[in-house]
Design a protein around this ligand. Sequence first.
Ligand code: COA
Length: 156
Amino acid sequence: MIRPLARVDLRTIGRLWLALMAAGAEADPSYRTVDDPLAAFAPIIEQEWTRTDPFVRCFVAGPAGAPFAFVTLYPLIRPPVLAMPPAALIGDVFVAPEHRRGGIGRQLVAAAASAAHGAGFPGLEVGTLVRDARAVAFWKGLGFVEQRVTLVRGAS
Ligand SMILES: CC(C)(COP(=O)(O)OP(=O)(O)OC[C@H]1O[C@@H](n2cnc3c(N)ncnc32)[C@H](O)[C@@H]1OP(=O)(O)O)[C@@H](O)C(=O)NCCC(=O)NCCS
């Protein structure tokens, strides 16, 4: 059921991404988007998320053309002086509300971790809104622990 993003999924993935943005704004009202954010972001979905180098950048769950969940990942660029293993950065994960709490999010992250590990990126990082209690609970439930804190001033 978990598979790489295909071009036939692009329209639906755009809608899911918009729902993800709305979930972020609901959890933290300072996380606002511009009007029509998809117009600005669609080229990134089409060009970046369909890439397969150095690993598949987006996995989805659901039938061709009608996915209901996705995860994205990117190679993480670290300063070359850090003696840390290569890592992938998870960009977003979203599961449509009617499919939640069934392990889909966990399976998507497992697929992402496996793809990155297989390509020589054993580490995995993610950032999330500290006010989004559900998202924080999800990442901690998957074994992620806090490593650094982002501090903001004048953000809202
Ligand atoms: C966060 C999200 C991806 C979880 O997806 P999901 O498919 O429901 O998650 P899973 O069923 O795989 O849950 C895995 C673990 O995460 C934790 N978890 C998931 N949802 C949780 C919730 N609402 N409250 C507390 N813990 C939760 C649990 O530890 C769970 O394990 P368990 O079911 O064995 O108890 C989904 O709620 C979502 O899309 N939210 C909106 C977008 C978002 O917040 N994305 C993350 C920020 S990038």
